[in-house]
Design a protein around this ligand. Structure first.
Ligand SMILES: NC(=O)c1ccc[n+]([C@@H]2O[C@H](COP(=O)([O-])OP(=O)(O)OC[C@H]3O[C@@H](n4cnc5c(N)ncnc54)[C@H](OP(=O)(O)O)[C@@H]3O)[C@@H](O)[C@H]2O)c1
Length: 428
């Protein structure tokens, strides 16, 4: 194909920026690939909506599925963002019609990636999703191509810019979670309506599932996993972490332990002098351990229209250059199911914060319960609030497994002197 027809569905934050990029970069694309691109079909929910860049209404389709029926397109961009529904239907139909698909939709790929990649392989077309993980950082292509023969053991990183911005800003401004979240929403770093999927770890988790699959040549895992967000982190935790020479970061981590997959997303206390502790604001970073390459670090903008479009354009050029390959790097037939690591066995030092009534005996009730669960204390800090007759008790434990920690936390439920569910942050 010399002339390539493009369909673009979804003209929101990402789609509209991409639309403009595609128009602006036509010459550059031709220079680098020898192909002339034309946007011949676009679609969004509402044709009348005011958009940042002017669109050609003559090529607008009210029903995006009609693009695939009535119009000859070679490559489809899906930029709607649903995990199923119209996003899945559209991608599925396109692949069945031998149309290449490019999408930044991590929710769709982490849920239906196995099925869709099989469809792409059967129909000998590409399904590309570089922009679905860490925005502009070329992490998926790095794993698929540049590190193709490495044995990857562990991948971790900061995969959600919204959470990283909030945690960094809480530290520098000493402001509350609530106030910083509303600033993040004002600046467009957090969704104005419902930022829940960023804050509760779901967004980072979808990315971790994709990274696991690519790194370890396995099917996308469906196991229930450890997923905690940052909603319960308070300024107090940030301050105490600072005093202890730590920072709090929401990390996504995936690794193979004895051939079992261990995926998790949760806030971590990281040493201030570590690389990951110094990735701040909306930045993302991914660190991977491969054999023989060693440790590799990629850092950059993890979201936003510019960074995401950059990744979408790299997928486009890959297709235009004839790079037809397996969406997950190896054939779907060769990707195997992986069993999951028993979370109860995961052992780590923990940070606990207890909010208590400042009464004699409360501290010993806590330490006795910890001892009963075989949890030993490495450090203890008590911060009294004399005015309100309350106190915060912070405990850093020695290595403790999840089973013991969970049992112990449950035992505090009926202690009336403990005023809130204790905060737990794992050390990294
Ligand atoms: N925003 C980011 O920084 C970022 C970063 C990385 C990846 N992503 C991914 O990029 C994708 C798009 O995100 P976004 O932020 O651009 O979302 P968005 O601003 O909410 O845009 C969604 C678009 O989909 C259109 N749409 C909704 N239902 C439709 C339907 N039934 N038929 C046709 N079009 C429909 C909407 O139409 P109307 O405009 O008419 O309402 C809108 O243009 C998501 O998968 C997201 O996860 C986003």
């Amino acid at each position: 194909m010399k002339n390539v027809n493009i369909g673009l569905v979804g003209l929101g934050q990402i789609g509209i920026y991409l639309y403009n990029e595609l128009q602006k970069k036509r010459k550059d694309i031709e220079l680098k690939t020898g192909k002339k691109i034309n946007i011949t079909a676009i679609s969004a929910k509402n044709i009348k909506k005011k958009r940042k860049f002017k669109i050609n209404k003559k090529i607008f389709f009210k029903n995006p599925l009609n693009i695939l029926k009535n119009n000859k397109i070679d490559i489809l961009f899906e930029c709607i963002g649903m995990s199923s529904g119209i996003s899945k239907k559209l991608v599925e139909t396109a692949l069945k019609n031998k149309i290449h698909v490019i999408t930044p939709n991590k929710a769709l790929i982490s849920k239906h990636g196995d099925y869709l990649s099989k469809l792409a392989e059967i129909n000998k077309v590409n399904l590309e999703f570089e922009a679905s993980v860490a925005g502009g950082i070329p992490i998926l292509r790095t794993i698929k191509e540049s590190l193709a023969t490495n044995k990857i053991k562990k991948v971790y990183g900061i995969l959600n810019g919204t959470c990283n911005y909030i945690l960094s800003e809480m530290e520098s401004s000493k402001d509350s979670f609530k106030n910083v979240l509303s600033r993040a929403q004002k600046f467009g770093y957090a969704e104005p309506g419902n930022p829940k999927l960023d804050l509760n770890g779901y967004d980072a988790f979808a990315k971790i599932r994709i990274l696991s699959s690519l790194s370890f040549n396995k099917n996308i895992s469906k196991h229930k996993c450890l997923m905690e967000g940052i909603e319960r982190i308070e300024s107090k935790d940030i301050e105490i972490a600072d005093q202890l020479n730590f920072r709090i970061k929401l990390l996504g981590i995936t690794e193979l332990i004895n051939n079992k997959l261990f995926e998790r997303v949760h806030p971590c206390l990281v040493k201030k002098d570590s690389y990951i502790a110094n990735v701040s604001g909306v930045m993302n970073a991914v660190i991977l351990h491969g054999e023989p390459v060693g440790e590799t670090v990629l850092q950059g903008e993890g979201a936003g229209p510019g960074a995401t479009s950059s990744a979408l354009m790299s997928d486009l050029l890959s297709i235009l250059r004839g790079n037809i390959k397996f969406p997950f790097g190896v054939s779907s037939k060769k990707r195997k199911f992986v069993s999951s690591y028993n979370l109860n066995m995961y052992s780590n030092s923990l940070y606990f914060r207890f909010e208590v009534n400042d009464k004699p005996g409360v501290l010993s009730q806590i330490t006795q319960s910890l001892a009963k669960s075989s949890i030993s204390v490495e450090r203890l800090i008590q911060i009294p609030d004399h005015k309100n007759k309350k106190a915060s008790i912070i405990i850093i434990t020695h290595k403790t497994n999840e089973l013991d920690a969970n049992k112990c936390l449950k035992s505090f439920k009926f202690n009336r002197n403990i005023l809130k569910v204790p905060t737990r942050i794992r050390l990294f």
